[in-house]
Design a protein around this ligand. Structure first.
Ligand SMILES: C[S@@+](CC[C@H](N)C(=O)[O-])C[C@H]1O[C@@H](n2cnc3c(N)ncnc32)[C@H](O)[C@@H]1O
Length: 250
């Protein structure tokens, strides 16, 4: 009986894959993968046919319906089908739609978690998103919505949390910073932007909400996760972030 595994590839570095994910890749007949999966991770799937179904910044976009069809067809032909997704499959990865599409066809599925981008970024910054007396709540959110969806209610969620991890948000960083300040977050709240977290070309940028509102970010070539919160103050200082009106990459 065919089984489809929704597997987290982690944030980038191939050695952040779980052992379970590595074993499944080794035994896979076919791997349908996201665009940004590291070549060394894909190389583990020695006997599999690799199919790139990746979506990247809306550039090369594979329709979600096509992915569902490809998963179902693969499951009808092969015993071990891996759907390899960036980070953790269950966070901003449309995993539920894929699970539902498989369930509708009576196809068995299993989920293998991965390291999500925000936690990889927190690790690389050596900054815990929770801290006694400073941060007891963390919100994982995205302001991005798909075509035809209602707007994301990200702002109240961000205001209610001590630490905030924003996915798919760097392109709208200035307006996000403005909205947070206008809603009452202190303008000097530290912000870290981590591009290509855990990869060789990782870029870490420290700033504040006030600076982010007015200073344009340099263009990014890789995915960026944005962390906001008081917990980042020490790391920003240690990285030499000089004042609230500038950006500093480390
Ligand atoms: C469609 S979401 C997928 C998130 C993924 N499921 C996860 O758990 O990390 C894509 C967004 O994740 C973030 N992201 C993914 N990989 C990243 C990385 N290596 N470095 C920084 N941000 C990353 C970026 O915000 C990017 O726009």
């Amino acid at each position: 009986m065919a089984k489809v595994y929704l597997v987290g590839a982690g944030p980038g570095a191939p050695d952040l894959l779980t052992l379970r994910a590595a074993r499944l890749l080794e035994s896979a007949d076919v791997v349908l993968h996201d665009a940004l999966v590291h070549p060394e991770t894909l190389a583990l799937a020695k006997r599999a046919r690799l199919v790139n179904v990746g979506k990247r910044y809306g550039k090369v976009s594979t329709e979600q319906r096509f992915i569902h069809r490809a998963l179902v067809e693969a499951a009808r032909k092969h015993a071990v089908v891996v759907r390899l997704k960036g980070g953790d499959p269950m966070l901003f990865g449309r995993a539920q739609e894929e699970l539902d599409a498989l369930a509708a066809e009576g196809i068995e599925a299993e989920v293998v978690p991965g390291v999500t981008a925000a936690l990889a970024a927190a690790a690389t910054l050596r900054t815990s998103l929770t801290r006694r007396g400073v941060a007891r709540t963390v919100a994982f959110l995205t302001p991005r919505v798909g075509r035809g969806e209602t707007a994301s209610e990200w702002l109240p969620a961000a205001m209610a949390a001590d630490s905030v991890a924003l996915y798919m948000a760097a392109g709208a960083a200035a307006s996000i910073a403005g909205a947070l300040i206008d809603a009452g977050k202190p303008a000097d709240t530290p912000v870290a932007l981590v591009e290509d977290a855990t990869l060789a070309g990782e870029v870490r940028t420290f700033t504040t909400l006030a600076a982010l509102r007015v200073v344009a970010l340099p263009p990014a070539s890789g995915p960026v996760v944005m962390l906001v919160g008081e917990v980042l103050r020490e790391s920003a200082r240690a990285a030499g972030h000089p004042d609230s009106a500038s950006l500093r990459s480390a």
